[in-house]
Structures are given as C-alpha cells and as structure tokens.
Ligand binder design. Structure first.
Ligand SMILES: *[C@@H]1O[C@H](CO)[C@@H](O)[C@H](O)[C@H]1NC(C)=O
Ligand SMILES: *[C@@H]1O[C@H](CO)[C@@H](O)[C@H](O)[C@H]1NC(C)=O
Ligand SMILES: *[C@@H]1O[C@H](CO)[C@@H](O)[C@H](O)[C@H]1NC(C)=O
Ligand SMILES: *[C@@H]1O[C@H](CO)[C@@H](O)[C@H](O)[C@H]1NC(C)=O
Ligand SMILES: *[C@@H]1O[C@H](CO)[C@@H](O)[C@H](O)[C@H]1NC(C)=O
Ligand SMILES: *[C@@H]1O[C@H](CO)[C@@H](O)[C@H](O)[C@H]1NC(C)=O
Ligand SMILES: *[C@@H]1O[C@H](CO)[C@@H](O)[C@H](O)[C@H]1NC(C)=O
Ligand SMILES: *[C@@H]1O[C@H](CO)[C@@H](O)[C@H](O)[C@H]1NC(C)=O
Ligand SMILES: *[C@@H]1O[C@H](CO)[C@@H](O)[C@H](O)[C@H]1NC(C)=O
Length: 885
C-alpha cells in the first residue's frame, strides 16, 4: 500500500517536471482573456495560457454564450473580435528557422447574440491560409519560420466580424514532417482506436490532437507494454499502443478521404509499431498502395518500436478521392496493421513578406511616434489591398521581397524629432513629414538614403539649418516651408528660388511682338469681328449641349458606389472610418476622413463641425436633393448621417486628391502637362455646367477653387463641396463675413458688391482656376505688384510679356494657340460685369476648342504665337480688365 502511494507520488512529480520542460517555446494564447486573469494553467492539459494583451492592439474581448460553455474548453470561452478595420493581425515573437505547429481555434458560440455563423479569411502573414466558415473549428499548419516574427491576420471579407478564441504555437524538431519546402495544412490526424478518447498534451509532447478512428471490418490490437516512441516523431504512448488489423486475414486495410479541389497535393505520415508477439513462423509484411498504385513496401513493423512511413514528394489522387491500402504480401502469414496516420495538404505561400530590414525600420518609426493607424498591422506592403496607409512599396518583382519606397506621415500629429529609424528605410524615394509638430534639426542621414529625392518637411517646427548633404544632392526636391525657426542659409534660399520660376528669355518674344505689330492690328480687327459674330450664336447652349445637360444623358453617370441605404447612423460612420483614424484633409464645413462602406469600397467621410451645425436646418432636405445629383464630374454623395448634432456626408473617394496639391507639387513631383490641365479644366467645367443647367432647381456652387477640384484614380476631375451653399456658411481659409461667403481671391466682385448670387459668380471663380492652371501662381500674393492674379495677368499681358505668365514647369511644351485661347477665356470669365461673362456652356465649348488645338499641335510658327498673344493682351486691355477690390 505504501509502495503504491510512493509510486503514484513519484509518477505525478515526474509528470509535473515533464510538463514544465515540455512547454518550452510554447505560445498558448487565450484570446480576449482579461490581463488580470493571465496566466493560468488549464486543468485538463496543464498548459499555461496567457492573455493576448500586447500581441494585438485592436479588437474587443468577447465571451461565448452561456449555453455553449459546458461543451467548451476553458481557453475557448473568451475570444477577441474585430469590428474595426479589414485586416487585423496578431504579431508573435518566434524563433526563426524553426518548424512550428500553429493552431488557431474558432468557436463562435453565439458570442455576439446574433446567431449568425462566421465567414472570414485567415491569413498567414501576407498569404491566404484558409477561410473560417464553421461554428467550431481548429485551423492548423506546420511551417518553418523564416524570420523571428510571425503574423496571423483575420480579414473581413463580408459582413461577418472576424474573431478568434485561441492561438497556439508549438516548436518542433526540424526533422519532423519534412517536406520539399512547402508548408503543411492539416487534413486529418487519427489513431486507430475503437474508444472515443482524444489525445493531446501532455500525452503528446507537441500538443498534436489525435482523434480516434475505427472501422467495423477491423479488430483492435492493443498492448500494455511500452512502445518505444521516443524517436523522431515522439508519438504518444497511448497512440502507438493501439492498432488495427482487418478481421478477414486476407483483406486489405483501407483508409479513404477526399481532397478539394481534386488536384490538391498532400503528404501522408503513417505510424507503425508491431504490438503482437509473433510466433517463430509468423510473418507480418505488407505493401502500401494509393488508389491501387504501389507506393511503399514490402514492410514489416518493428516490435514495440515506432517507425513512420511518409511521402517524400507530395501525392495527388485521381478526382480527389483517395484510397490508401495496406496490403498483405504473399509471404505474410498475418494481416496488415496500422497504428496511426496523419495527412496534410500542401499550402502555398507565394507572396514574399516585405524586406525584413524595412519592416523593422517602419515598426521602429511606428513605435517612436506611437502611430496607431488601423491599417498599420500585418505586413506593411502586401497583400497590396492591405498596404499600410501612407506607404508605397515596390512589389513588381515577385521573386524578391517587397520594399518600402515612400512614406507619407503628413498631418499625423507627430512630435519630437525626425527619428533615426527612418535611416534604415534604405529604399525610400519619397518622404513626407509635412504638417506635423516635429522639432529639432533636419538630420544629415536623410542625405545618405541614396534613392530619397523627394522630401517634404513643410509645416513643422524644425530648427537649425538645412544640412548641406541635402542641398547638394542632385535631383533633390526639398520642401521646408513653414518652419519658422529654420535658418534660411544662403544655400537653402538659392534652392527655394529654383522652385520658383526661372527667368526665361523674355527678349525674343518681345522683339518678335514688335516685329509683327503690323500684322497685329489687322488681327485685332478680325478678332472683334469674330467675337461680334459669335456672340448671338452662343446666347443659349447649342442643341447637343442641351441634351448633354439632361440628367439621363450619357454624360452623366451613376456614382461608383451605389448603396441602398444612404442614411447611416453615427456609430456606422464611426465603424466606417475606423473611429476617424485616417484624415484625408479639411474641407469646407469640416474634417474629411477615409472610410470603407460594404467592406471594401473606399469613401471620404466629411464630418460637419459642431460649431457650424446650428444653421443646418435644411440639412436633410438639401442632402436628399444632392443624393439625386449624379454627374461624372461631380463627386458623388454616397450617403449621409443626420443624428442630432452629428452630421456627416459620405462621398465617393477620390484617390488622387485635389488639383491644388498637384499644381503645387506637394502631391508628387510630376508636372501636369498642358493637355492634362485642359482635360481637368474641361471636366470641371462640365460638372459646373451640369449644376447650372442640368439640375432643377439650378445650383450655384459658390466655392469653385482648385482645392475643390478632386481627381480620382484615373485622374478624372470632379467638383466637390457643391450644393450645400444654401443652408451652410462656407469656411474659407480666412474668415469672411457671414453675409458674403466664398474663398478670398475666387470671389466674384459683383457678388461682393451686390450680395446677389448667380451662376455667373461660379463663372468668375472658374476663371481664376483657369488662370491658376495657366500660370501656377498663387491667387493672392502680397509680394506682387498686383497681388490678385487677375490683375497681375492683366498687367503682364498689356506689357506683352507672354512667357512670364506661363507656368515655367510647362517648359513651353504646349500649343500656344491653345494657351492663348485659354487665357482669353479666363479673362472673359473674369469680366467685372457678370452679364458679359460667358455661360459655363460656352466655357465648355471654348475649352474643347483649346483641347482640339492642343491635340492637333504640330508646326505652329513663332510668328503666329506672338500675333495671337498680342491680340489677347490688347483685347483684355480694352474691355476685360477686372476692377481692383
Ligand atoms: C517581441 O520582441 C520584441 C523585440 O525583440 C520585444 O520588444 C517585444 O516585447 C516582444 N513581444 C512579446 C509579446 O514578447
Ligand atoms: C452555426 O451557427 C449558426 C448560428 O447559431 C447556425 O445558424 C448554423 O446552422 C450553425 N452552423 C453549423 C454548421 O452548425
Ligand atoms: C474495443 O476493442 C476491444 C478489443 O477488440 C474490445 O474488447 C472492446 O470491447 C472494444 N470497445 C468498444 C467500445 O467497442
Ligand atoms: C488467403 O489467401 C491465401 C492465398 O491466396 C489462401 O490460401 C487462403 O485460403 C486465404 N484465406 C482466407 C481466409 O480467405
Ligand atoms: C478495401 O478496398 C478494396 C478496393 O476498393 C475493396 O475491394 C475492399 O472491399 C475494401 N475493404 C474494406 C474492408 O472495405
Ligand atoms: C509488394 O511490393 C513488392 C515490391 O514492389 C512486389 O514485388 C509485390 O508483388 C507487392 N505485393 C503485393 C501483394 O502487392
Ligand atoms: C511571379 O510572376 C511571374 C510573372 O508575372 C509568374 O509567372 C509567376 O507565377 C509568379 N510567381 C509567383 C510565386 O507568384
Ligand atoms: C538600423 O539597422 C541596423 C542593422 O539592422 C541596426 O543595428 C540599427 O540599430 C538600426 N538603426 C536604427 C536607428 O534603428
Ligand atoms: C504643436 O505643439 C504645440 C506645443 O506643444 C501645441 O501648442 C500645438 O497645438 C501643436 N500643434 C499641432 C498642429 O499639433
């Protein structure tokens, strides 16, 4: 009796030691567990589970419903679900180059009370692992890690909110489950037993879960003796101590399964040990076949010693139906036998992870600045769909790791200095840290990143001077404006000057102009005749135009995003924007955030600021009206939110930002060429024309300007912020009297005087936009002799100074006839008398002529250029001069 007790005690002690040792390297995460309850030892397995605190910084803890609790293991009781964002990732520290068994458990258990089963994707780093679509499932893979971090991502693919209950990693030896380099996706793992006992840790030191399997044409063979299992696969004693043989000695032992799709490749691992004591003349020998085809043998299992027979290369089954048979050979006196079998499908992870150094560096940047954007999880570059906000990557060559090429952290509330961590983003080409609160000096290392040629540090609090390494770098585009404490060294001033206009040779055109002064007067006369003739014709829009203005005409189109329910609750808006994570900008009326509707369609969500919300009485009526306005050149309204103080407008997302950014070069370094500018301007004009003529009642935009012309991913221009004018005061860059609204510089002087708003006020503003595209100069520049752009252009034209008004970035690469027609049109739009301004219909026609002229560009002579230039300048001088305000 005493001996027995001692024995038990020793046994328990040993077991305890074994447990403690065996959990080395185990990662056992009970997702959603409160940190204060962590860690705990699970009663059945003795495994130590910890909370997922620190492995994921988003998501919410949940718990399965009471009625499911009795059936569930403790670690599955709690879970974490992810209502926000599309991709959410667990980030795990692992040992690199290690063979891991990785398990993720999903038990729905009606945790949300909605009683709708799950459906979402599970990703392994940047690669799809599997889809989770059943209420209670364990996903398992065996994978050799390449780096010391590993990401498991849950991806929302529809309305189903992703969740996870348990995440477990078990390091195994490298010589187990050897493949040709592929990872293994669990198909089944059974041991041959007529019981119903499942086996896992601590019986299985790697915590593999063994399910019993039996067929009624078999007999169970068992042993009470020790089976030597401490070899490569370290199988549990309880697994190997059982086996089966067919009841009929001559029968084959059959195992069948199917794979989907039928071409799926898989590996099988069969474990054998002879459990019976064979008599002298007995022999057990068999072959293994797959769908009747010999694969291994003849083989005799070793007495009480485990051996594993596995596929060296992956197999496939005809039609996806697999029949594995263990077939007695002629020599054998005993039936075939099998103890356990596992099978895995091959899982392909073709997408390479982002360059490890880049990942470390960007995470370092993230930590330094405490950036908590919802998209900044998982792999930074891939899959492309989940590229981190503000990053761009080079991912074109799928045989090398993606690299980070651009980092945009503008307007991200960054404080402190420019972090050293950026130094390790060695493939960076563009860096935008503008509009933050960064202090300290501009570090030297920015000049050391070879490919880095575009740096925007404007709008910060940087001090010191610009490092020479940056100033001297060839091709460098550096913007340091708006850093009041930054010393303007001689060098940096020179640099700034270069971004302004280079003095072009003014002399040649002027000489040319004088030379052709005679031709000029004739042309002038001709011009007036033409104008007079043209006027009556363009009084009303031509027929083709009327049709085009119709709401159902081919020109107008449905917005890209069509949703049935257009009224959203404020909480839906919060979800849509991921709690207002990503700011796109600040528009009239309020902040604009990036968001998603229907899971993946991008939208821009404008939150109407509280301060201005008192006057929004007509909000709903006006929005309902706007929802019916569809035109391909108007930014479509997708929906709205109207919950008391909380009001929001949801617009289609315009990937390429606003025109002003493109003109000023803050968006990218490309100069919009003349043809593109014309295309943008005619599209904007069409949008405006539609508001004036295609809508009933007609709408006046009231705030036409370059920041309200947005560009989509195809560079198609659309007007934003229209139609709210009637019940909304407009917040301009500077405050304007509440009676007269609009943006200074763009404001119709007649409206200013009379306070009487007409479509022609939009025409005036449009004229300013046109001049901006021609000149690329600020609308108001106090340092100019004539601060207002219209006056300035007017003066320049009277001087006959042609080149000096054109945007120098165009490098004189344009059809001058087209340019001068545009200048003339702009000036006519700016006529102080609204009655003498063209209608938007006329503007569209004229602009189309500019485009035609630019498109037919060929051998226009210099002589013609100067002629038309003076024609315009004189025209302007005599009748179109805007009055100063
Ligand atoms: C992972 O490793 C990093 C650096 O090695 C460390 O800072 C971090 O705390 C680790 N995370 C966890 C959850 O252990
Ligand atoms: C999963 O749960 C949902 C909701 O409880 C139920 O409607 C569905 O039938 C379940 N599916 C399975 C396969 O049990
Ligand atoms: C399992 O097989 C053994 C040996 O054949 C037999 O004694 C036992 O009754 C079987 N158990 C069940 C549940 O069928
Ligand atoms: C099994 O096969 C052998 C050889 O084919 C035959 O001699 C023997 O009678 C068979 N036994 C049974 C039980 O069918
Ligand atoms: C095993 O498979 C073979 C071939 O399909 C079949 O003839 C035989 O009846 C099967 N045996 C059992 C026990 O199902
Ligand atoms: C088993 O395999 C050996 C070697 O390929 C072969 O000679 C023998 O015929 C096979 N026996 C059976 C029963 O398939
Ligand atoms: C890589 O790209 C090539 C050509 O685009 C393609 O044929 C190949 O399948 C791709 N490889 C992987 C692993 O995706
Ligand atoms: C940059 O990378 C190197 C090597 O990977 C590392 O030693 C260094 O600490 C990193 N520097 C910063 C500032 O993170
Ligand atoms: C920058 O920091 C100063 C002082 O900490 C603060 O007053 C100011 O509001 C900050 N500006 C921005 C844009 O965050």
């Amino acid at each position: 009796m005493e001996r027995h007790c001692v024995l038990v005690a020793t046994f328990l002690l040993m077991l305890h030691i074994v447990h403690a040792q065996d959990q080395i390297g185990f990662i056992s995460v009970d997702c959603g567990l409160a940190p204060r309850e962590s860690p705990y030892n699970e009663a059945k397995t003795g495994l130590t589970y910890t909370s997922d605190d620190g492995l994921v910084n988003v998501g919410k803890p949940g718990r399965i419903a009471k009625e499911f609790e009795p059936l569930a293991d403790k670690p599955t009781l709690t879970l974490r679900y992810f209502p926000e964002g599309v991709r959410n990732c667990y980030n795990l520290n692992v040992t690199s180059d290690t063979n891991y068994l990785i398990k993720a458990t999903f038990v729905y258990g009606n945790y949300d009370g909605l009683n709708v089963g799950p459906n979402f994707d599970l990703y392994f780093g940047p690669n799809l692992w599997t889809t989770v679509s059943s209420n209670d499932t364990i996903k398992e893979i065996i994978h050799v890690t390449k780096t010391n971090s590993l990401q498991v991502c849950l991806i929302k693919t529809g309305i189903s909110i992703p969740f996870i209950n348990v995440l477990e990693l078990r390091p195994m030896k490298k010589n187990m489950y050897v493949t040709q380099g592929e990872s293994l996706n669990y198909l089944f793992r059974v041991y041959i037993s007529n019981s119903s006992t499942r086996i896992r840790f601590p019986d299985d030191v790697y915590d593999r879960k063994w399910y019993p399997y039996f067929d009624n044409s078999w007999t169970q063979v068992t042993t009470t003796l020790d089976v030597n299992t401490s070899l490569t696969y370290e199988l549990p004693q309880s697994v190997m101590a059982k086996a089966a043989t067919p009841i009929k000695a001559n029968d084959t032992l059959n195992i069948t399964w199917t794979v989907e799709p039928p071409t799926t490749k898989f590996y099988s691992y069969m474990h054998f040990a002879e459990l019976q004591t064979l008599r002298a003349n007995d022999a057990r020998e068999f072959n293994v076949t797959m769908n009747g085809i010999y694969t291994y043998g003849p083989y005799s299992p070793k007495p009480l010693k485990t051996e594993t027979i596995y596929d060296k290369i992956p197999e496939q089954c005809d039609g996806g139906a697999c029949l594995l048979q263990v077939v007695k050979t002629l020599k054998s006196t005993l039936p075939p036998l099998l103890n356990a079998i596992e099978a895995f499908t091959v899982i392909d992870f073709p997408q390479m992870e982002t360059n490890g150094d880049d990942v470390d560096a960007i995470k370092n940047v993230q930590d330094t600045y405490g950036i908590s954007r919802i998209s900044w999880q998982g792999d930074p570059c891939v899959p492309k769909l989940f590229l981190w906000d503000g990053l761009n990557c080079n991912n074109s060559d799928n045989s090398t790791s993606p690299i980070i090429t651009s980092l945009d952290l503008s307007s991200s509330g960054l404080t402190g200095s420019i972090t050293q961590a950026i130094q390790n983003l060695t493939n960076l080409q563009e860096l935008d840290l503008s509009d933050n609160n960064l202090t300290g000096e501009i570090p030297d290392f920015l000049g050391d990143i070879k490919s880095l040629l575009v740096i925007n540090l404007s709008g910060n609090n940087l001090s010191g001077s610009v490092p020479p390494s940056l100033l001297q770098k060839k091709g460098m585009k550096l913007n340091v404006e708006g850093n009041p404490h930054l010393l303007c060294t001689a060098d940096s001033c020179v640099k700034k000057g270069e971004d302004g206009h280079k003095k072009k040779s003014v002399i040649v055109p002027v000489v040319a102009s004088i030379a052709s002064i005679a031709v000029l007067i004739g042309a002038l006369v001709l011009f007036f005749i033409l104008r007079k003739k043209k006027s009556p014709k363009v009084e009303g829009p031509p027929p083709s135009y009327m049709q085009a203005s119709d709401g159902r005409s081919p020109r107008s189109s449905e917005p890209a995003i069509v949703t049935k329910n257009r009224r959203f609750t404020y909480s839906q808006v919060a979800i849509m924007t991921n709690n207002f994570q990503r700011i796109l900008g600040k528009g009239g009326f309020g902040m604009v955030y990036h968001g998603f509707v229907n899971g993946t369609e991008q939208v821009a969500v404008k939150i109407l600021s509280h301060s201005s919300s008192q006057g929004y009485k007509e909000f709903k009526a006006e929005v309902e009206l706007l929802l019916r306005v569809h035109h391909k050149n108007l930014v479509g309204l997708v929906g709205y939110c109207d919950e008391g103080e909380n009001m929001a407008l949801i617009y289609e997302y315009m990937a390429n930002g606003d025109l002003k950014e493109h003109m000023s070069g803050t968006r990218n370094r490309f100069t919009l060429n003349w043809g593109t500018r014309l295309k943008i301007v005619v599209e904007s004009a069409q949008g405006l024309e539609y508001l004036h003529n295609g809508c009933k009642p007609p709408m006046v935009h009231r705030d036409v300007k370059t920041t309200n012309i947005l560009l989509n991913e195809h560079f198609q221009a659309k007007l934003a912020d229209f139609g709210l004018s009637r019940s909304f005061p407009i917040e301009g860059e500077t405050h304007v009297s509440t009676v007269v609204a609009g943006t200074p510089g763009y404001l119709d002087p007649e409206y200013y005087k009379t306070n009487w708003l007409t479509e022609k006020s939009d025409v005036y503003s449009f004229g300013i936009v046109l001049l901006e595209l021609i000149t690329n100069r600020p609308v108001i520049d106090k340092s100019r002799e004539k601060p207002h752009i219209a006056e300035w252009v007017g003066v320049m034209l009277t001087k006959g100074d042609i080149n000096s008004i054109m945007d120098p970035n165009l490098n004189e690469d344009y059809d001058s006839g087209s340019v001068w027609k545009a200048v003339e049109l702009a000036m006519s739009c700016l006529n102080p008398s609204s009655a003498r301004r063209p209608t938007m219909s006329q503007v569209v026609i004229e602009l189309n002529e500019c485009i035609a002229s630019e498109n037919s560009r060929g051998g226009a002579s210099r002589d013609m250029d100067s002629k038309s230039s003076i024609e315009v300048s004189l025209t302007f001088d005599t009748e179109l001069s805007p009055t100063a305000r």
